[in-house]
Design a protein around this ligand. Structure first.
Ligand code: PLP
Length: 391
């Protein structure tokens, strides 16, 4: 039997703050009445500030997979070609969904440990003289690897190739944790979910949609009903729900957005960076004695929301994870797909502070010992030193 607090360090879902839980602990109200509209109006206005967009945002009662699917079925017709930037498990999964809907999905292969070089995207788009590629699909923070893709540089690559492709970006593990600028970076569709930086339960998803994407949706032929943007938009912003509106999610979302704005978005990003950097310093200390290393190999592309830790050949990352959970009540993310058993993932996003992170890092260091993974000592000290030095 586990005692004390469960330290929940998965890269999503994340810790739900008491303020949000309390906000959701209320009775239902009529979702067709003015009181609910006032809540949704406040939420959609605040979401625009979080997405950094002036354009349309739509919400769905769904997980992130729903928003992935909404983007595909609203924008494309059977046989349309899209270019998927490979970054890891989540990117490939998004592409697989496109194939299921009859799209021609071309994968731009890329090493999972590095971000895509913008020149490679530009070169591929330049080759596409007939503009058969209708869209570029990218995951900003690849949650399975902890690598950040350079959204703005890749936009510039699309422009440099003078290519009209739409630009679709998944921000499921970056929005409200790491800076993201929908309009400034020229992103046509942003996919997001509730259960990470927004600190909510799993089950709500979002898309921010540019005017160019809305125009493409007007002629796209894939069938859709639940996800249909036109139907959801009514008079121009979300006016309609297919079925009963998820009122309790909006109670939670309203509180989450107020919390983010009270802290200030830039401070939220700085907090995430600080906790991420402390985590990275711990892993770098473990690296000596041929110990584990940060999977994301380029420092500038290491995510501030999740660190995937690659264990040495012959060690079992799942054993570290299981030990941390069984012995210390600390939950970590596991390796996905080809990284199963090779990495464990420390989520450092959402509602988190220094003691929660330090407790978890100490538990991981003990779990490395117990699981027989060679490593350098003092990861916890390196993290403490950084966090106390940095004021
Ligand atoms: N994309 C990324 C980058 C993710 O991290 C996840 C989930 O962790 C998804 C998509 C899928 O989202 P969901 O599990 O909410 O359907």
């Amino acid at each position: 039997m586990a005692h004390g607090m469960h330290f929940f360090m998965n890269p999503g879902p994340t810790n739900i703050p008491d303020r949000i839980l309390r906000a959701m602990d209320r009775g239902a109200i009529d979702f067709t009445a003015g009181q609910f509209k006032a809540i949704t109006d406040e939420c959609f206005e605040a979401l625009k500030r979080i997405f950094k967009t002036e354009q349309t945002i739509l919400a769905y009662a769904a997980t992130g997979h729903g928003a992935w699917e909404a983007a595909l079925v609203n924008l494309f017709s059977p046989g349309d070609k899209v270019l998927l930037v490979e970054s890891g498990f989540f990117s490939l999964n998004w592409g697989m969904r496109g194939e299921a809907f009859g799209l021609e999905v071309e994968t731009l292969p890329n090493d999972w440990r590095r971000p895509l070089d913008a020149a490679r995207l530009e070169a591929r788009l330049r080759e596409d003289r007939e503009h058969k590629i209708k869209a570029v699909l990218l995951v900003h923070c690849e949650t399975s690897t902890g690598v950040i893709n350079p959204v703005s540089a890749l936009r510039q690559a699309i422009d440099a190739a003078r290519h009209p492709a739409l630009y679709l970006v998944d921000t499921i593990s970056s929005l409200a944790s790491i800076d993201f600028r929908t309009d400034e970076w020229g992103v046509d569709v942003v996919v997001a979910g509730s259960q990470k930086g927004l600190m909510l339960p799993t089950g709500m998803a979002f898309t921010a949609i540019s005017g160019k994407a809305l125009a493409a949706a007007a002629t796209a032929k894939l069938p859709r009903v639940y996800w249909d943007w036109k139907r959801l938009m009514g008079e121009g912003s979300q006016a309609y729900w297919n079925g009963t509106a998820p009122v309790h999610f909006f109670y939670g979302l309203q509180e989450a957005l107020r919390m983010l704005e009270e802290e200030g978005l830039e401070n939220v990003f700085a907090r995430h960076h600080r906790l991420a950097e402390a985590t990275r310093r711990a892993v770098r200390a473990w690296r000596s004695n041929d110990g584990p290393e940060i999977f994301a190999s380029e420092p500038a592309a290491q995510s501030d929301s999740v660190t995937a830790v690659l264990v040495p050949e012959g060690s079992d990352a799942d054993k570290v994870r299981q030990t941390a959970l069984d012995k210390f009540n600390v939950s970590l993310g596991g390796g996905l797909d080809r990284l199963k058993g090779r990495v464990f993932r420390i989520g450092h996003l959402g509602d988190l502070n220094e003691p929660m992170l330090l407790g978890s890092i100490a538990a991981v260091e003990m779990a490395l010992d117990l699981a027989g993974v060679p490593h350098g000592k003092g990861g916890i000290n390196a993290a403490m030193e950084y966090l106390s030095d940095d004021g």
